[in-house]
Ligand binder design. Structure first.
Ligand code: SF4
Ligand code: SF4
Ligand code: SF4
Ligand code: FES
Length: 764
């Protein structure tokens, strides 16, 4: 339904705008600047800074434009002597206790308070009293705090509550002694750093980067996060070939995540310049011998000749090629092309945790975007744990409920943290997620399904009723717990609820990695073998493997010796890993910050990675390495050293990417979505029978998990990449409070590094 329009006059100009919109937004969108500190779009109103004052005809006093909504006939003035005098007075109050130490403040150069004072100039400061003084301290290994710079806008406390659902920081004290802090003095939260990001001043600071550079010394590159499948856009700040920081500050980047990042996106980037990065190509000339540094020419020639020998001896299909959901579409496409066109093998796959091929083959409704999630009316989450594995999705879900009044149904065997925002939590037995799909598909299945899930039948009737009654978007989300048959049935769920004029079904699958969707789209996950099967066949039908990235811990579990049985193993990686341990050749690959390329996120958005720093040491982009090996085997890829040429070829060959080119991916605020063809209604009888037979075999005694997993139990685990950041080890060890909060906890606490690789689910 089209929103009602009203006429508003701003500074003499008449605008037709949506009734009820915040006046401050309407003024700004139409070029009438309004200063503000506490207003933050899409957060609950605070209305404390009184900077956004305007004069509205027929209203007795100046009004705060952030709290006023547009009504018909409103006549507004945003600039006048009276308004500026009031605003200057407010800034004078804000500066009464402010130390004015911009030259040593990390935020100097990008501080909103500093900017406002500079813009106006000539501000009076009539206060002569002694200013409050607090020492600069650590609130956690990630968050530092300089209380005296605070202007009490409470953006930080609101993002912590509304975005993160944590309420970890609050304002304490009274009057001029009010300070932002945390209960007990030490932050035991998810360490997202969003409070730092939205702080307009230098009060909350990135403790891992503090005092390292000034903002104006940094070269800034807009790129895509290299961790989970949410695909947050970030601004990488580099200086002299070093990656210094990652922020989502909206003056630099305007992506689907706004200013949100999670701990990994914001703080895990130091792996890029870590001293343990592989420096040169390495060759192990003799099985059981040492890896020895080699030149690129030598390593490429050696690899090509070994692959040729294997292909001649045991046939092309004895060579396996393994891509990675960590790497760009361009890198994975080059591998696929190498497998099919250079080697001529059908043995290719990618090291993802699960395949979404059964879902996409049957998908009956479009993918939801993160914006759709924020504005949905009903969210149904089956399995998964987005707050730990896809944190931006988790944040959108919390806001949909908290700020949008959405209904959230969680069907899970574990009381994950998100249940605190849920309208309904259906607590099922572990391993019975497929059963939930069966019950969603057809009411007739509810009775048996409820018995297997260990719930009352009424619980699922409520779930179905909520979905049926939804007016607006109903988004179905699911994690990796669903079997392929259940994925197929879920994909066709919209048909089982029938059509309703005001309801729209959307899907939001929850794969684990930054390019899980990309490897699916390229066909690496619908190949005839999985990564585990490839390892099963190692030393038997598979004699050589070409692996980009590494196998996940879950692939290697039970296959520890598989790689040692190969005649030849070539790996391209950033670091030495369990996969490089038996490699005959290791190529140093460039990280996400050193390459151009694209990742496809869980919205289906194909988003750009841009080179921020030159490749570290002798590393090269993965697709370049593949093209070099192909060249050595007399098969030129013809990409002319340009990642855009690779994407052009992808777009020509992958129907969902038709028309996608680098020029249309220029603006991160307008991402391009892959076009997944929607499936017609299919006969699901075989899949439903398959599910019924699985469900009938399920026991009815499994105990449900009753404990809510602790915050960060996945996010903090130090893996191959995050393990290079010492602060992650502190957090994984329980984030102990150091004896003094004035000194970095890194200097005060020693962590046993041997415990660091314990079971990292995502392998990050
Ligand atoms: S780091 Fe994140 S969770 Fe922790 S206090 Fe800040 S906003 Fe809240
Ligand atoms: S710490 Fe920053 S964001 Fe929080 S109230 Fe103070 S100035 Fe505002
Ligand atoms: S939510 Fe995912 S994409 Fe966003 S910053 Fe975190 S890990 Fe990166
Ligand atoms: S922005 Fe309106 S009162 Fe702060």
């Amino acid at each position: 339904m089209a929103a009602e329009k009203v006429k508003v006059t701003i500074n003499g100009q008449v605008y037709e705008v949506e009734k009820g919109r915040p006046l401050i937004d309407v003024c700004r969108e139409n070029g009438h600047a309004i200063p503000s500190f506490c207003y933050y779009s899409d957060l609950a109103l605070q209305a404390s800074c009184r900077m956004c004052l305007v004069r509205i005809e027929k209203m007795p006093k100046l009004q705060t434009s952030c709290t006023i909504t547009c009504t018909d006939g409103m006549v507004v003035t945003t600039q006048s002597e009276e308004i500026e005098k009031a605003q200057r007075g407010m800034v004078e109050f804000l500066l009464a206790n402010h130390p004015l130490d911009c030259p040593v403040c990390d935020r100097g150069g990008e501080c909103e308070l500093q900017e406002m004072v500079f813009d106006w100039g000539g501000l009076e400061e009539r206060f002569t009293e002694r200013k409050n003084y607090y020492p600069e301290k650590f609130l956690s290994p990630m968050v530092a705090n300089d209380s005296q710079r605070c202007i009490l806008c409470k953006r930080c406390t609101r993002v912590c509550d509304e975005w993160m659902g944590e309420d970890a920081i609050e304002a304490g004290g009274r009057g001029v002694n009010t300070v932002i802090g945390t209960y007990g003095g030490w932050l035991n939260c998810s360490q997202c750093g969003n409070c730092i990001e939205v702080c307009p001043t230098g009060t909350l600071l990135d403790a891992t980067y503090r005092h390292q550079t000034r903002p104006w010394e940094l070269s800034r590159t807009v790129s895509t996060c290299a961790f989970c499948s949410d695909g947050c856009q970030l601004s990488l700040g580099s200086r002299a070939g070093q990656l210094m920081r990652a922020v989502a500050r909206d003056r630099y980047v305007n992506g689907l995540n706004g200013e949100f990042l999670c701990i990994k996106g914001r703080f895990a980037h130091p792996f890029v310049n870590h001293e343990e990065r592989l420096r040169t190509p390495l060759i192990r000339y003799k099985k059981g011998g040492k890896l020895i540094p080699a030149t690129w020419d030598e390593a490429i020639r050696y690899t090509a000749s070994k692959l040729e020998t294997v292909a001649n001896a045991t046939g092309p299909d004895s060579i396996g090629v393994v891509g990675s959901p960590r790497l760009t579409n361009e890198a994975n496409y080059a591998l696929l092309k190498f497998a099919r066109e250079v080697v001529g093998t059908d043995n290719y796959t990618a090291t993802d945790a699960f395949s979404l091929a059964p879902f996409f083959e049957n998908i009956a409704a479009p993918l939801a975007t993160h914006r759709d999630i924020r504005h949905a009316k009903t969210l149904v989450l089956i399995g998964g744990e987005p707050e730990e594995l896809q944190p931006l999705t988790g944040k959108q879900m919390r806001q949909a409920v908290r700020n949008g009044g959405a209904k959230l149904i969680i069907i899970n065997s574990t009381p994950i943290r998100l249940i605190h925002r849920a309208t309904q939590f259906v607590h099922i037995r572990p391993g019975s997620e497929d059963t939930a799909v069966l019950a969603l598909m057809n009411e007739a299945n509810i009775e048996t399904a409820a018995r297997k899930m260990g719930i009352e039948t009424g619980e699922f009737e409520t779930v179905r009723r909520t979905i049926e009654e939804t007016e607006g978007d109903c988004i179905i989300m699911f994690g990796g717990e669903l079997s392929p048959a259940a994925q197929k049935v879920v994909a066709q769920l919209p048909f089982s609820f029938g059509e309703k004029e005001k309801r729209r079904f959307l899907f939001h699958p929850l794969p684990l990695y930054n390019n899980s969707l990309g490897v699916h789209d390229l066909g690496l996950m619908s190949s005839r073998v999985t990564a585990s099967e490839m390892l099963d066949a190692a030393g038997e039908s598979v004699r050589a493997l070409y692996v980009a990235g590494s196998f996940l811990p879950q692939h290697l579990a039970g296959h520890e010796e598989a790689l040692s049985k190969l005649d030849f193993l070539v790996v391209q990686e950033l670091f030495e890993t369990e996969t490089t341990r038996y490699a005959d050749v290791v190529f140093p690959a460039a990280s996400f910050a050193e390459v151009d390329g694209t990742f496809t996120n869980n919205d289906g958005f194909v988003q750009r990675l841009r080179q921020s720093i030159p490749p570290v040491h002798q590393s090269k982009p993965d697709w370049v390495i593949t093209a070099m090996i192909a060249d050595a085997l007399d098969a030129s890829f013809g990409f002319q050293m340009s990642a855009s040429a690779v994407l052009r070829e992808i777009a020509e060959r992958v129907p969902a990417y038709r028309g996608i080119r680098y020029p249309i991916l220029k603006d991160e605020s307008k991402p391009a979505q892959a076009k997944y063809p929607l499936a017609d209604r299919r006969d699901m009888t075989p899949e439903i029978e398959d599910l019924r037979s699985r469900v009938s075999k399920l026991g009815e005694t499994a105990e449900k998990f009753t404990e809510t997993p602790r915050v960060g139990h996945e996010l903090f685990k130090p893996g191959t990449l995050t393990g290079k950041v010492p602060q992650f080890h502190l957090l994984a060890a329980g984030n102990p409070e150091p004896p003094s909060v004035l000194v970095s906890p890194l200097y005060q606490i020693t962590i046993d590094k041997d415990s660091r690789r314990a079971a990292v689910a995502t392998g990050d």
